[in-house]
Design a protein around this ligand. Structure first.
Ligand code: FES
Length: 99
């Protein structure tokens, strides 16, 4: 089942928005002109990532400062588990996810 999240035309560099679907929270973010969808929960201790800082493709959690490569999901300076990235789905002029 396709669940639409956003119109494609709104996905500009710097876009960042949190969605809740079935009690799960997702973060849709555009980095280097690429939309990326991930669970809005830091793999370290579960902090929301909506206010994480961005430096290029590096996402740094605001709670304890762990850094992750947004394209690959991996932690950069710790042995923390990776971000939970989800594949995006497209339908017409919208982007979303398949559940
Ligand atoms: S909860 Fe994100 S770095 Fe600790």
């Amino acid at each position: 089942m396709f669940v639409a999240l956003e119109h494609l035309i709104r996905l500009e560099e710097g876009y960042r928005r949190v969605f809740q679907i079935d009690r799960r929270h997702y973060l849709l973010i555009v980095v280097e002109n690429q939309p990326i969808l991930l669970e809005n929960s830091c793999p370290h201790q579960g902090a929301s990532l909506h206010n994480a800082t961005l430096d290029g493709r590096v996402l740094r959690c605001a709670r304890h400062g762990m850094a992750f490569d947004l394209h690959r999901g991996v932690a950069l300076d710790s042995n923390c588990p990776p971000l939970r990235l989800l594949p995006l789905a497209y339908d017409g002029d919208r982007v979303g996810l398949d559940l």
